[in-house]
Design a protein around this ligand. Structure first.
Ligand code: GLY
Length: 355
């Protein structure tokens, strides 16, 4: 088992990564939640069908009383009604401040489990058990939790760090291909903004990492280490953490315009492709480097283009929650592994994106 220590300002914790990591859930939970008697597993229908029983057994074997809250899979259920369901379930079962929540699923689930934990009794512990590649490399690490409201995705939430993240690489075996590919959007993003070694590893693997679980474990470890270093420096998104938004300013607009039918990681890849082209036009990124980056996206079946217009991107981005005052923090990559945060007004961003 590999360990990445996350040293966020508010809390330090381990991310344990390995094949069959779930086997150690009970013992690890006892270590990080001393005094806990009860656990609530939060999961969604697709994941619960496959993994709820084993997770429940591991916790029960360790002596915890375990209840579960399973919601219908899908982003449309990332809302306050489901969170209220979780609060009520814990209250009815007599949860106290030493009890804990387990988030078992992809990013929607880990965000919601974390948010329910952050608010119940003004905050109880959460252990994250991500089952998707995207949740392993991004969503479950770093403490961003929340829900959607009609005006936008993740508009309500809290920074609430987990007490432990347990990443079982064998869980990725059951992930549909398109969901795995979506996760590669965030993996390639880490390579582009901060990790040349990861870039080289991905390039060398030439698009086939899924069937090699040792390599996959190594890649997940590299990504979690990247994320941990960023969160360790800037937990609350006021500085370096913003570089994790590379491709997201554009990607969120594409995602919202599709009525959230296009997967997040795919929209991020499109957003990265659009910004890479704009950086080349602006003369801040070498064309050869840009080509290598776009080739990497292609190698992992990720799109680098979209038909959205620069004006539509700017209009959408100016309504995004990431906007501060009347400027946007646009993330640029000046060379592979090196990102820059650049503040732009709407006019500057439009000029930057326009051919
Ligand atoms: N997913 C970006 C972040 O955690 O900041």
């Amino acid at each position: 088992m590999r360990t990445v220590r996350v040293n966020a300002a508010s809390k330090s914790y381990d991310v344990l990564i390995g094949k069959n990591a779930v086997e150690s859930l009970g013992e690890e939970a006892k270590k990080v939640c001393p005094g806990a008697l009860k656990a609530l597993i939060v999961s969604e229908t697709n994941v619960a069908k496959i993994y709820l029983d084993v997770v429940k057994s591991r916790l029960e074997d360790a002596g915890f009383e375990v209840i579960s809250y399973v919601f219908e899979a899908g982003e449309q259920n990332k809302n306050i009604n489901e969170i209220a369901g979780m609060w009520n379930k814990m209250a009815e079962a007599g949860f106290t401040r030493t009890d804990f929540v387990v988030g078992l699923g992809g990013g929607v689930t880990t965000d919601m489990a974390g948010f329910a934990a952050s608010t119940f009794l003004r905050g109880i512990k959460v252990i994250q058990l991500p089952t998707s590649l995207l949740a392993m490399v991004d969503a479950s690490v770093g403490g961003k939790t929340g829900i959607d409201i009609p005006m936008g995705k993740n508009q309500v939430g809290a920074f609430w760090q987990p007490s432990l993240v347990l990443e079982d690489i064998t869980f990725l075996r059951t992930l549909p291909d398109e969901v795995f590919t979506e996760g590669m959007g965030e993996v390639t993003k880490h390579a582009f903004i901060m990790d040349l070694k990861l870039f080289d590893t991905l390039e060398k693997a030439n698009g086939s990492i899924r069937d090699d679980e040792d390599l996959l474990e190594e890649i997940v470890y590299m990504n979690v280490s990247d994320k941990a270093s960023v969160v360790g420096e800037d937990e609350t998104d006021n500085g370096r953490r913003q570089t994790l938004n590379f491709g997201h300013t554009v990607g969120h607009v594409i995602e919202r315009d599709s009525g959230f039918t296009k997967p997040h990681g795919i929209c991020v890849a499109k957003g990265m492709g659009i910004v890479i082209d704009a950086c080349v036009r602006a003369g801040t990124l070498d064309a050869g480097e840009a080509e290598k980056m776009k080739n990497l996206l292609k190698m992992y079946d990720l799109p680098a283009e979209d038909e959205i217009t620069p004006q539509a991107i700017v209009t959408g981005a100016m309504n995004d929650k990431k906007k501060r005052g009347d400027t946007l923090s646009v993330i640029l990559v000046n060379k592979i592994g090196q990102a820059e945060i650049k503040k732009m007004t709407a006019e500057e961003f439009l000029k930057f994106l326009s051919v």
